[in-house]
Design a protein around this ligand. Sequence first.
Ligand SMILES: Nc1ncnc2c1ncn2[C@@H]1O[C@H](COP(=O)(O)OP(=O)(O)OP(=O)(O)O)[C@@H](O)[C@H]1O
Ligand SMILES: [Mg+2]
Length: 508
Amino acid sequence: MPSDRVFSDWLKKSRAAVSAAAVGVRTDMLGRVEQVADGIARVSGLPDVRLNELVRFENGEAGFALALDADLVSIVLLDSGAGIEAGAIVRGTGAVVQVPVGEALLGRIVDPLGRPLDEGEAIAATAMMDVERPAPAIIDRDLVTEPVETGILSVDALFSLGRGQRELIIGDRATGKTAIAVDAIINQKHTDIVCVYVAVGQRATAVERVIEAVRSHGAPERCVFVVAPASSAPGLQWIAPFAGFTIAEYFRDRGQHALIVVDDLTKHAATHRELSLLTREAPGREAYPGDIFYLHARLLERSAKLSPALGGGSLTALPIAETDAGNLSAYIPTNLISITDGQIVLGSSLFAANQRPAVDVGLSVSRVGGKAQHPALRQASARLRLDYAQYLELEMFTRFGGMSDQRVTGQIRRGERIKALLTQPRFAPLRTVDQVVLLTALAAGVLDNVPVKAFPVLRAELPAWVDSAARDAVDAVTAGKALDEAQRARLAEGVAALVNRLSADKAP
Ligand SMILES: Nc1ncnc2c1ncn2[C@@H]1O[C@H](COP(=O)(O)OP(=O)(O)OP(=O)(O)O)[C@@H](O)[C@H]1O
Ligand SMILES: [Mg+2]
């Protein structure tokens, strides 16, 4: 019968279709929000979730796992959390939080998850990378030998930085911490260093000022701004430094050089404390959880100079920390000082006395950068710190009408010149060669009779003069060489003539 044939054909086809179909068991791990408050959701039913794993709520918002307890997982919200209520469904994604990396980020302002905060389109990332990545092993590293020039005389001459170094910028509120870091970023306009500025817990206006400064004085097309302002979710602020490092590491790992500024880690520590207390971790010293040191250590450990086998790239870190009434021995400052390779300490009394940048020469150090300093600059600044330290001491004495023989007056006169040289306006970076010329002239005593008031003019006129009249110094410095005796003597004479000309110009 035809109907039988039709039926058996159908049966055969159906059997084939069924056996070809891929049937398997699919598990979907669903959690349930039990409680949500203060940027933290406590979730049950996600037994396999990993630390730092990204989870998604049913309304599309994201979070990551910060504390894993036996039956409840604490999820830090990365969005406002306004639409999340108890009972909401949560899904683990199996991946830790990632951030887009690549060239497409250059010139952009993004949040710590790589979502644009400027008017531009979405980031066309080269890849997604974990925000938490292991630091390079010792065997993968090389010595720090190339300088990072900040253009700030007091840093380059006294506390020079090397590529791959971690240097803390620390000081009280409003002592010019951000200004130093931003000047360092701006000076990279003339180098091959890519800059990443991470703002954690800053006021939006302060972040805007930084971006505006880099846009008008620096090379914004080689900078990435990762911004988690004070108004953003604590989870975003927590993740921001890690995301910034990952973005910078992309360049480091391709043999390029990067500089990251984290503004600032004190606020990051406060966010970590807040989140940890909310997840009921035991508070330790100053109510910070016990893992705060480890948190910042594993973050800063990621800055490195890589070995030639890995491309020789570098990542230099300039974390910023705020002190309270100059107290460097508080918990977070001591932690950060011991994690980094040195610190630039800014003093509020120096700042108030218009000594800006307010670098405290006695308390600041740079432990690895000295070897990376340009030989000509090292030579020119050899006696600088000693002379300045002696001056600071003598100044105290003479202030009370103490001794004043000729030698002492000479030292004080020199010290005042050094102080004037170390005072530098913002957005006015000095090239290495200009620094070498100024310090060579200073060491030769040429500036001793120049009134301190004339220094700003000298500083402004110097680069043009150096380019036209001191070509051999420019060539030597560009070639990375020190200057010989004759060259230095010629430079000192030249600067003396320049100073005379400038004062003659001004006289009539
Ligand atoms: N070298 C300088 N010359 C003149 N003014 C400066 C200099 N450096 C900083 N300032 C000024 O000092 C003020 C404070 O600087 P900045 O915002 O960098 O300090 P901060 O320590 O980062 O402050 P906060 O604690 O608020 O983050 C700013 O108005 C800045 O313009
Ligand atoms: Mg600041």
